[in-house]
Design a protein around this ligand. Structure first.
Ligand SMILES: [Fe+2]
Length: 448
């Protein structure tokens, strides 16, 4: 049965509780998952924002013993993750709770893996940087509670970490890393500054757009066994539903969420979009912008992001991803113009009440053509990049990799770093050769 093209795709999603006040259910969920002794993983910023207390109250009220590890590093490194894992092994919990952004949830995923099975982080890190070992069995239950609307990490199988000594970002990805339950509570994001909201929101939009236009799952060769089916399978009819809706929500609500931190509706919709995009890209996957983001974030540590509560310079993940997205989507356009037009239409739908009514009548990706009459969206390779750049400018995104500290002379190193991410590049809809990546990065020095 290993002959020919893939005919199967899989959708797995984290069960989610969504809504204002949902964190109050944390204890109930842990109880339901059989947890008696939980380790709560978080970072000092989340503690200072007061989010940990409400979670702690709910958990202890359910009669569950709780230990807190609050030393997660934003943009985790191998060292910071190993410290968390060491703490976890000593605390010997029978379940994990993570409260924070992608860095916290990713750290908790790896700590949970290393507390559940023998081995070091390097054993499980993707090849060629790590040994790429697969976890031998399911992990302890992990309840993920995001406090930013971005990574969608609560919904995915991936943990990303920085290896500064190797100047590379890499990760661990396996279905067992997917949290057992997520709680998405919009009230938890109310303390985020506009820069963080913009960066994480643009990451959501990228997840959705990259997944939506990714190489179809049935363009891959059929794997010899289900074990060898990659976590990132390429676009498929079910992932498309999640990605398309996340794109639409991003277009409608990100500007509002950035402009007014008190706009709980817009923040809630962006959190929902983050989780939806997480389900979509957890199945379909991300490719060129995320592959380029690894070296953009990993190569130089010279950029001090405004509005971020950290003492070390770094490129926020959303910034590192969005800067190459316009050029990448320009490059991928010819692989499937109809899909690119449709993504542009979804993202560019007029914000505000009733916007959904202007959506495409068929809702399908192969409807073809440009936007419905009256939207004024151009057709052609520039359609999706154009809508994206409009959104980037509206929310104060950096203008290209030059603003993040890179010059023309850095492009060969960036290409080398991006080209290593074959796990991602394999599902790009058009083959990104080193020459193509070089052109994309060159075109991304400035986005407008
Ligand atoms: Fe991302």
């Amino acid at each position: 049965m290993a002959e020919g093209r893939e005919t199967v795709f899989t959708i797995e999603a984290t069960p989610l509780s969504f809504g204002a006040g949902a964190v109050a259910d944390a204890g109930w969920h842990l109880q339901r998952l059989g947890v008696r002794r939980a380790l709560l993983v978080t970072d000092p910023g989340v503690v200072a924002a007061g989010h940990v207390e409400s979670v702690r109250d709910s958990i202890t009220a359910a009669g569950i013993e709780l230990t807190v590890y609050d030393q997660v590093r934003i943009e985790p490194t191998l060292t910071s993750i190993e410290q968390a894992a060491e703490f976890a092994r000593e605390a010997r919990p029978d379940g994990f709770v993570s409260v924070g952004g992608g860095s916290v949830i990713d750290t908790a995923k790896v700590a949970c893996l290393l507390a559940s099975h023998p081995g070091s982080a390097m054993d499980f890190i993707n090849q060629p940087i790590g040994a790429g070992r697969q976890p031998p069995g399911p992990l302890l239950p992990h309840l993920a509670i995001p406090t930013t609307a971005g990574t969608g990490s609560e919904a995915t199988t991936v943990a990303v970490l920085d290896l500064p000594e190797l100047k590379v970002k890499t990760g661990i990805s396996h279905r067992y890393l997917r949290p057992a339950q997520g709680i998405v509570d919009p009230e938890l994001t109310a303390t985020l500054g506009p820069e963080v909201t913009a960066s994480t929101g643009l990451d959501v939009v990228c997840h959705a757009a990259e997944s939506y236009i990714s190489r179809p799952f049935d363009a891959r060769p059929r794997p010899a066994s289900p074990d060898q089916r990659p976590p990132y399978q390429g676009s498929n009819p079910v992932a498309d539903v999640w990605s398309a809706r996340a794109l639409e929500l991003g277009g409608q609500y990100l500007r509002r969420a950035v402009a007014d931190p008190a706009d709980l509706e817009a923040r809630g919709m962006m959190m929902l979009a983050a989780s939806m995009a997480g389900v979509g890209f957890g199945s379909a996957g991300v490719h060129i912008p995320h592959a380029c983001a690894y070296p953009i974030a990993g190569l130089k540590h010279a950029y001090q992001p405004p509005g971020y509560p950290t003492d070390h310079p770094f490129v926020p993940h959303g910034h590192s991803v969005i800067v190459t997205a316009p050029a990448a989507f320009n490059f991928t356009y010819e692989a499937d113009p109809a899909r690119h037009h449709h993504a542009a239409r979804l993202l560019g739908a007029a914000p505000g009440p009733g916007a959904g009514e202007h959506g495409p009548p068929d809702g399908g990706p192969t409807g073809g053509g440009a936007g419905p009459a009256g939207t004024g969206l151009p057709k052609g390779p520039a359609a999706l990049p154009g809508v994206l750049i409009e959104l980037m400018r509206a929310v104060g995104a950096p203008n290209g990799i030059a603003e993040l500290g890179y010059a023309e002379a850095d492009i060969p190193d960036l290409v080398e770093g991006a080209f290593k991410q074959q796990r991602l590049l394999a599902i790009a809809p058009r083959e990104p050769t080193p020459a193509a990546l070089s052109q994309i990065l060159h075109d991304s020095l400035r986005n407008w």
